[in-house]
Write a protein that binds this ligand. Structure first.
Ligand SMILES: C[S@@+](CC[C@H](N)C(=O)[O-])C[C@H]1O[C@@H](n2cnc3c(N)ncnc32)[C@H](O)[C@@H]1O
Length: 233
C-alpha cells in the first residue's frame, strides 16, 4: 500500500528530475567540468558509489540487483561490469534515456535492463540485492521504511541504501535551500537521525528478520549522505 504522502512526493521527484533538473543532472553525472559546489557533490557521489559497491561481493556473476532510482545509471554500469544482472529503474524517462545513451558497448558477462517506473513495482520480480543510492532521501522516514519493508519481501540477501543524516550542517543547508526561489528548489531531502531510522525499521514487521550491518557517512563539501547495509538474518 503506497501512502498518499509517498505518492505526492514521488510526483514532485519525477517532475524535478525529469524536467526541472534533467540538464543539470546530466552534467553533474558526466565528465564535463562543473563549478566548486557541484564538484564537491560529484566527489561525494563517487565516494558513495564506491562504498555501496564495496558492500557487495567483488564477483557479482549471477547476482540479480535492483538499482532503485538509478538516475543516469552509473552504479548499474559498475555492478554489471562485475557480472551482475541489473534491473535499473527510475521515475524519469529523460534520465533513463540518458542512461541508455551512455551505456558502454561492453559490460562483460553482466547486463542491464533499464526501465521507467516505481522501484516498488512488484512485477520487477525477486533480487539478491537492492541498492538505492540517494533515491529514498527525499521521502519522510515513515515512507522510506515502508518502501524498504515492501522491497524486503522480494530480496534474498541485502538492502543497501542511503539516508540524509540529521547533522547541524545538513539542517543549516536545508534551511538555506528554502531561501531559493521555489522554481529552483530540489524536492527537499528529509534528514533523519540513524537512531530514529533504526527505530522505525525495528517496528516494521517485514524487516524483523533483517539486521543493520555496515554504515558509512560520506561528507564532501555540499554532499552529505550515509550508506546503510541491511542484511537478512
Ligand atoms: C538523487 S537521484 C540519484 C540517482 C542515482 N541513484 C545516482 O546516485 O546517480 C534520485 C533518483 O531517484 C529516483 N527516484 C526517486 N523515487 C523513486 C521511485 N519511487 N522509483 C524510482 N525512482 C525513484 C529519481 O527519479 C532520481 O532519478
Amino acid at each position: 500500500m503506497l501512502s498518499a504522502a509517498y505518492q505526492l512526493r514521488r510526483g514532485q521527484i519525477e517532475n524535478y528530475f525529469d524536467r526541472v533538473a534533467a540538464d543539470a543532472w546530466a552534467r553533474l553525472t558526466s565528465d564535463a567540468p562543473v563549478g566548486g559546489i557541484r564538484a564537491t557533490v560529484r566527489a561525494g557521489r563517487d565516494a558513495m558509489r564506491a562504498t555501496l559497491l564495496e558492500y557487495l561481493p567483488q564477483d557479482l556473476r549471477g547476482r540479480r540487483i535492483l538499482d532503485a532510482g538509478c538516475g543516469t545509471g552509473a552504479f548499474a554500469v559498475e555492478a554489471a561490469r562485475r557480472g551482475a544482472h541489473v534491473t535499473a529503474i527510475d521515475l524519469s524517462p529523460t534520465l533513463i534515456q540518458l542512461a541508455r545513451d551512455r551505456l558502454p558497448q561492453r559490460l562483460g558477462v553482466g547486463e542491464i535492463l533499464f526501465t521507467v517506473g516505481d522501484m516498488l513495482d512488484p512485477s520487477l520480480g525477486r533480487f539478491d540485492h537492492v541498492v538505492a543510492m540517494d533515491s529514498l532521501i527525499h521521502y519522510r522516514v515513515g515512507d522510506t521504511v515502508a518502501a524498504l519493508a515492501q522491497l524486503a519481501v522480494r530480496v534474498d540477501r541485502s538492502l543497501l541504501f542511503t539516508f540524509a543524516p540529521r547533522t547541524k550542517l545538513l539542517t543549516a543547508m536545508h534551511a538555506a535551500g528554502r531561501l531559493f526561489p521555489r522554481a529552483n528548489r530540489a524536492p527537499s531531502i528529509e534528514p533523519v537521525s540513524e537512531k530514529t531510522l533504526l527505530r522505525h525499521m525495528d517496528a516494521a514487521p517485514t524487516l524483523a528478520n533483517w539486521n543493520a550491518g555496515r554504515t558509512r557517512r560520506i561528507s564532501r563539501g555540499f554532499y552529505i549522505s550515509q550508506a546503510l547495509e541491511v542484511v537478512r538474518a
